[in-house]
Design a protein around this ligand. Structure first.
Ligand code: SAH
Ligand code: SF4
Ligand code: F3S
Length: 474
């Protein structure tokens, strides 16, 4: 599978889309004569999808649209969907259905749905049949053809369906409209080859392919030079970065090259798969200047039997070895994980092993999910005898254990000084909130003007899922 040629979409094809952008721009100026039309893009799901959403926004702005946060005001609404769990799909289809009346009131508006959900044939078919007011349906591999799709539809063309499964090429050079001016997403690779038995991502995102290191480093440099304070490197499994590239390079080497860029910024990355997380990676983080001492290393579950059924390709012993090496090299490291409760065939005894693991590792934060059956995956065919109510009960049990662990960690932070990048206004008046280098949420009594630059904070309070503090005097 990995010896297929992975290339980039040729420059001529990108130039053709550039031509469509200009044509669409003229058509749009004609249709909305005298005013600037508005778009609303909403991305569900993971950061990779949010990052794709920023490229959709970039393309729409190049066509002459301007962003609005309100769906009701929008002349063009795009829902960029996620398929990872059933509730993500339900939410997107619910929101899509709600647009029907708006379109009736304003027939000139455009509605598009894209992303991981539409990459599944049964969903594309369902939208075609049951959502006739949707103008454009496109998949994760067709995003760069948006200008052509818009142009065609605005010129009276038929509804557009472009959910090709062609995942061979990487797209470089799309315009990006970033949501933040201090935090930037930077995808280093696309797709996933791991086929964890429960997961839909490899089916909807296609095969793993890495961006060339020159492209990644050049984009990182541009981001730092533009004054961004945080770069988040993205991939479904960043630890297999480099496979299939002409140059022999791994993720640690890529990190070192980015870290060498001078400037006042920090680097984060996700997601690391434990099966190919190495001591070299941990050493690279420990020895770096800019990489946060935080590792998101999803373990999913603490039972070797279930890990095997999940096709995760590591066992608890290997996972614990990585954790202890990371702590040995970086005593200040923070660790986070994803956990799935109620995988098909998981027993209460298996679940208790997950609780054991949580108590051993003492994660700083967890992202927890109840197993959701995804059609087409291997796990979807497995016996799943445990009722949902039981899984919910286990889930609450798990949350209680984790709450205690997190709570004691937050209490231990009181009295410490941490570096925070404030991102937004806090819930209480006169506060702002952001994350420290360990990815812990910190509420700060400080003015709005401090959002977007690093501040040193003295932690004085532990809350339930965060800490609070004030700007350090000196
Ligand atoms: N590539 C990342 C995860 C991407 S999906 C990794 O391997 O770590 C994010 C998380 O969603 C997964 O880590 C998993 O915990 C959860 N997830 C994926 N498929 C799921 C399913 N079918 N049901 C419940 N949770 C799921
Ligand atoms: Fe899904 Fe596993 Fe790939 Fe993560 S590594 S995206 S969980 S198949
Ligand atoms: Fe969802 Fe697609 Fe991300 S399925 S989690 S948006 S890769």
């Amino acid at each position: 599978m990995n010896n297929r040629v992975k290339t980039e979409v040729p420059a001529e094809v990108m130039q053709e889309q550039e031509k469509y952008t200009q044509l669409a721009r003229m058509r749009i100026a004609e249709i909305y004569y005298g005013r600037i039309p508005k778009y609303h893009v909403h991305s569900y799901g993971c950061q990779l999808n949010v990052s794709d959403g920023e490229k959709l926004k970039g393309q729409l702005e190049a066509m002459g649209y301007q962003q609005t946060q309100s769906v009701e005001d929008a002349d063009f609404v795009i829902y960029n969907t996620c398929a990872v769990r059933e509730n993500a799909e339900d939410r997107a289809l619910g929101n899509l259905g709600a647009l029907k009346n708006q379109k009736r009131r304003r027939p000139s508006m455009l509605i598009a749905i894209c992303g991981c959900m539409t990459q599944q044939q049964h969903i594309a078919d369902k939208i075609k049949k049951s959502f006739p007011f949707v103008d454009i349906v496109f998949g994760t591999h067709s995003m760069y053809r948006l200008p052509e799709m818009v142009w065609s539809r605005l010129n009276g063309g038929a509804r557009v369906f472009d959910t090709s499964a062609d995942d061979k090429d990487i797209v470089e050079g799309l315009p990006v409209s970033r949501d933040s001016d201090f935090k930037a997403w930077l995808p280093v690779m696309y797709g996933c080859d791991n086929f964890c038995s429960y997961c839909i991502v490899p089916y909807v995102r296609g095969r793993e392919r890495s961006r060339r290191p020159e492209e990644v480093v050049a984009e990182a440099r541009k981001i730092v030079e533009s004054g961004y304070k945080e770069i988040m490197l993205l991939g479904q499994n960043v630890n297999s970065y480099g496979v299939g590239l002409e140059e022999k390079i791994n993720f640690s080497e890529l990190l070192r090259r980015i870290d060498a860029i001078e400037g006042d910024y920090r680097i984060r990355f996700m997601t690391s798969h434990p099966k190919d997380c190495t001591h070299e990676l941990i050493d690279t983080i420990a020895d770096s200047k800019h990489i946060c001492h935080h590792i998101h290393l999803p373990v999913q579950c603490g039972s070797d039997r279930i890990l095997k059924l999940m096709n995760r390709k590591y066992d608890v012993a290997k996972y614990l070895e990585l954790i202890s090496y990371a702590r040995e090299r970086m005593p200040d490291v923070t660790l986070t994980s994803d956990i799935i409760v109620g995988f098909p065939g998981e027993t209460y005894e298996d679940f208790l092993q997950t609780l054991e693991l949580l108590k051993t590792v003492r994660f700083n934060a967890l992202y927890t999910f109840i197993y959701s059956k995804r059609e087409g995956t291997v796990a979807a065919k497995m016996e799943d005898p445990v009722p949902y109510e039981d899984k919910s009960r286990w889930f609450r049990e798990l949350l209680a254990v984790q709450e205690e662990i997190a709570d004691s960690y937050y209490k231990s932070m009181v009295g410490k000084r941490v570096r925070v990048l404030p991102e937004e206004l806090g819930k209480n008046e006169g506060t702002i909130t952001g994350r420290d280098d360990g990815n812990i949420i910190v509420n700060i009594k400080a003015p709005e003007s401090m959002i977007g630059s690093f501040v040193e904070v003295d932690v004085d309070t532990a809350y339930n899922w965060a800490v609070g503090g004030t700007i350090a005097a000196e």
